[in-house]
Ligand binder design. Structure first.
Ligand code: ATP
Length: 247
């Protein structure tokens, strides 16, 4: 279970908080979607939960492990799939994955099996020995995902795992995430694809200006929002239609 208590982040020199006293509980086994307009604070929140960014205040724990006292144990427990590709373009897909897997201390034989298994499920076996620089966006996203799950994390954080990919790649990614979830991985992911989140997520939280404006089971949020037929209707009703440009 993930327990987030009053978590806040104010970047150095910024006027406002990017995440403001956010409290949220994610139960084990859930697929939790963090949704929100550009600049809502989704990446900032995920970056704090994955120890990439230091909170200004507040706390969180994962499976009872406090973020300050159990950093190393938390690293073993969680998988991270960042928005930016974490791949080395001059290495092949296999070499990239072997490198990431080794960082988690996975034994060579187990790691080789795991890499080949994931490459197969993701339709990438025949490209295993090609440099990732030559890969399409969808292929890079799939390798990026495998890099974050080789150590079979109990909790997986993904920042827009299906951004900029075609429908085919998106389906393969979502199906693989569903399989991982069935095998016991709790998933927390951010997305701008509200149709995808409506079907994929067991729970969602809509975040705006660093705060949760509404959270719950997608079908119930739709039912309870007057005139809404989809999660997108709920999203627009809760966050408004104004553009959220920032620079
Ligand atoms: N390194 C940084 N320094 C200062 N401000 C930042 C930094 N990173 C993000 N911000 C600000 O924090 C706020 C939240 O940004 P964040 O990237 O977390 O939002 P987001 O919901 O992930 O947006 P998007 O959907 O566009 O990815 C924005 O106002 C952004 O300008």
């Amino acid at each position: 279970m993930i327990q987030i208590n009053q978590l806040s982040k104010k970047y150095k020199g910024a006027e406002d908080f990017s995440v403001k006293e956010l409290t949220l509980k994610v139960e084990e086994g859930q697929i939790y979607g963090l949704l929100g307009p550009n600049g809502a604070g989704k990446t900032t929140l995920i970056s704090m939960l994955t120890s990439l960014l230091k909170p200004t205040s507040g706390s969180f724990s994962i499976n009872g492990l406090n973020f300050k006292e159990h950093k190393n144990q938390l690293k073993q427990l969680m998988g991270i799939v960042p928005q930016e590709y974490a791949l080395y373009p001059t290495l092949t897909a296999y070499e990239n994955l072997y490198y990431f897997g080794s960082m988690y201390g996975i034994k060579s034989e187990i790691l080789k099996k795991s890499i080949n298994g994931h490459l197969d499920i993701m339709g990438l076996s025949k490209f295993a020995n090609k440099k990732t620089a030559t890969f399409s966006g969808g292929m890079k996203r799939r390798v990026n995902l495998i890099a974050g799950i080789l150590h079979q994390p109990k909790v997986l954080f993904l920042d827009e795992p299906t951004v900029g990919v075609d429908v085919q790649s998106k389906n393969v990614i979502i199906d693989h995430l569903k399989l991982l979830n069935q095998q016991g991985t709790t998933i927390v992911y951010t997305s701008h694809h509200l149709n995808e989140a409506e079907i994929f997520c067991t729970r969602v939280a809509i975040i705006d200006r660093g705060e949760i404006v509404i959270k719950g089971i997608p079908s119930e949020l739709i039912k309870n929002q007057t005139g809404a037929n989809s999660l997108e209707d709920v999203f627009l009703a809760q966050t408004g239609k104004a553009l959220r440009d920032y620079a």
